[in-house]
Design a protein around this ligand. Structure first.
Ligand SMILES: [Zn+2]
Ligand SMILES: [Zn+2]
Length: 86
């Protein structure tokens, strides 16, 4: 089993980006933007109000690309875009 790659940068967690309008936000800012149209809770973009377009953004500092997958790394598991995968 190979060693986990060590990060040379400090991950910025809890970043979220809207894929509709590219609005950038922190996960804790989203709490007040949950709403319940029926039986399910939806998350609505605070900027364009599109529901279900909020994605995890790359943990790399100042990168706000959508981060579709996570990677095991030291010191912690990170979500990144393809360019910043450890
Ligand atoms: Zn939006
Ligand atoms: Zn990135």
């Amino acid at each position: 089993m190979r060693d986990k790659p060590k990060l040379s940068w400090k991950p910025e967690k809890d970043k979220r980006v809207c894929t509709e309008c590219h609005f950038k936000m922190r996960a804790d800012e989203l709490v007040k933007h949950y709403y319940k149209p029926g039986d399910e809770w939806w998350i609505v973009c605070p900027n364009c109000h599109a529901p279900e377009h909020i994605r995890v953004a790359c943990y790399y500092p100042d990168c706000w690309e959508e981060a579709p997958c996570g990677s095991v790394a030291e010191p912690e598991y990170v979500f990144t875009c393809g360019k910043h995968a450890p």
